[in-house]
Ligand binder design. Structure first.
Ligand code: 5GP
Ligand code: ZN
Length: 113
């Protein structure tokens, strides 16, 4: 997608602090962190949101969660962390390229706002 911020980050057209990359996914630091640790895990394929998860990409979603867990371990989030996916307008999604937030090193509240 030509005007997608995250596709531009994948291509290197927008700078970011990339902390992980493989053939299917990347992870990078959130530009506006909401916790001492806050990074995003995204597929290289442009999938708009969780609404578009189907048979063709469900394994990729598992891969993204695997990366989230692996990086959380590497970042020492031993006391726990939160994985967030915002979907659509009601979910508070602002970038229309599916992403998992990983937030840690502070106590999270529940319910979320
Ligand atoms: P959403 O609100 O869609 O769940 O999350 C989008 C996230 O992307 C936000 O936490 C926001 O700070 C982050 N973000 C938006 N633009 C950029 C950018 O250009 N670079 C980085 N690293 N993060 C971004
Ligand atoms: Zn995209």
């Amino acid at each position: 997608m030509d005007n997608c911020i995250f596709c531009k980050i994948i291509k290197g057209d927008i700078p970011s602090t990339i902390i992980y990359e493989d053939e299917k996914a990347i992870a990078f630091e959130d530009i506006n962190p909401q916790a001492p640790v806050h990074f995003l895990v995204i597929p290289k394929e442009h999938i708009i949101s969780a609404k578009y998860i189907d048979e063709s990409n469900k394994d990729l979603m598992g891969h993204l969660l695997f990366i989230a867990s692996k990086l959380a371990k590497e970042k020492g989030l031993d006391e726990g962390y939160r994985i967030v996916n915002n979907c659509g307008i009601d979910g508070g999604q602002t970038v229309e390229h599916i992403h998992f937030h990983v937030l840690g090193k502070r106590k999270m509240l529940w319910p979320p706002g």
